[in-house]
Design a protein. Sequence first.
Length: 494
Amino acid sequence: MDTANPGNAMTRSIDTAVIILAAGAGTRMKSKTPKVLHAIGGRTLLGHAVHAAAGVEPAHLVVVVGHERERVAAAARAAGSATGRDVLIAVQESQNGTGDAVRAGLAALPADFAGTVVVTAADVPLLDSATISDLLAEHAAAPAAAVTVLSFTAADPTGYGRVLRTQDGHVTEIVEEADATPEQRAVTEVNSGVYAFARADLESALAGLRADNSQAELYLTDVVKIANAAGRTVRGTHCPDPLIVAGCNDRAQLSALGKELNRRIVRSHQLAGVTVVDPDSTWIGVEVRIAADVTIAPGTHLEGSTTIAEDAVVGPDSTLVDADVRAGARVARSSVHESIVGPGATVGPYSYLRAGTVLGGGGKIGAFAETKNAEIGEDSKVPHLSYVGDAIIGRGTNIGCSTVFVNYDGVNKHRTVVGDHVRIGSDTMLIAPLTVGDGAYTAAGTVLKEDVPPGALAVSGGAQRNIEGWVQRRRPNTASADAAAAAIARTDEQ
Ligand code: UD1
Ligand code: CA
């Protein structure tokens, strides 16, 4: 989440660099997509890491890529520009471990940068800027440390490196699970994979790393032991909220962290004045903005850059993607994508607003309607069972039930323009391109192929013909024929 700790003044940290490790394949995800490009809350794991890092305004922000480097680097740059800053890309040629990855990351920093290097992993999606700031403050406290490790207490420490301390609390080393003794595995204080280092100490410790462990990798975690041996200050700081620093290695953790992120997002909106009736069935992405006094009914998904203005009611059972819902509007049991719902307008139930729909203030798109690239003016209505595509409709106009804007001739799409205060009769086909003038009417069942001038009533097809006795002659021995015969016999008796 982007919620920075308000008590924490975030000044630009000119002596801080952040290196985000994102070179691993993430094999435990069992996916053709690199782990760090899986998303929760509508943002990739890497995107979350970049946002958290950017929030402390470091002088340099490095992302280390390796596996699927082009895709991951592109996502890193995109996340950087979403936060308004440049991301330096470092390449780790082969994935020889987190220590090797940090070496690659350091190579991307200016040689004369002598400040604090924060290392985070791209698979810790709930990590926020405030937690990194707290780590930096702890690291800088006298005596300034060579290494400060952010740890937490895990209910189930499986898979994490264990943080070992002396009796008086001094951090001595981090032991990976694969290398730990049974006693060490019983330790529940674990390494979050987030650290602050003095660059010079980090560089010299990395030079001493050996892959003499069960995974034959260069472990960044060994820097702790090496710095201790060199007589440098090593500190551990404990994060009280284990979920903020929980790693994501498989899809079970992905959904658990996604659910937790959502719980936090929903709660922050609730505390800001939004009524969320059922947090468990409401999903809100990180970029969504909602004003106070909005009501979100159960089963609602708000995604992308969706914004909802005050007093609007959204849901139940609705999906909004990049939607702009204005004040006092209502959307029920409908899908709204890349569209604007004007102030006081109503949508649904059971309608689908596709990209480019602009429903004017006080307007209505009722039940079972589909709209696309359609401007529908103020107080105009599409109440039932209609398709409106590639259209401009004026104000105060009513589109009768079961009307189709026939926009596609099989090859090209064409536009229809309907004026103000028009009454389109039920079951009208408007075969585009055409224009219906202000104040015009169309009769029910009209097939419009030509423009209708202002104030005209358009009628298509000839007068009604009733071919007497057709059913009995052409559909003999059917229930219809029998019913018709009985009715005619009754009429004849009178
Ligand atoms: C790591 C830590 C462990 C810690 C845990 C916290 C080490 C040796 N272990 O274990 O102590 O408890 O994180 O979540 O550091 N990566 C690279 N290049 C590589 C290997 C990994 O860039 O060669 C990146 C991955 O993309 C990932 C991060 O480093 O973003 C962590 O790697 P991962 O394999 O998930 O480490 P863990 O086994 O979780
Ligand atoms: Ca991990």
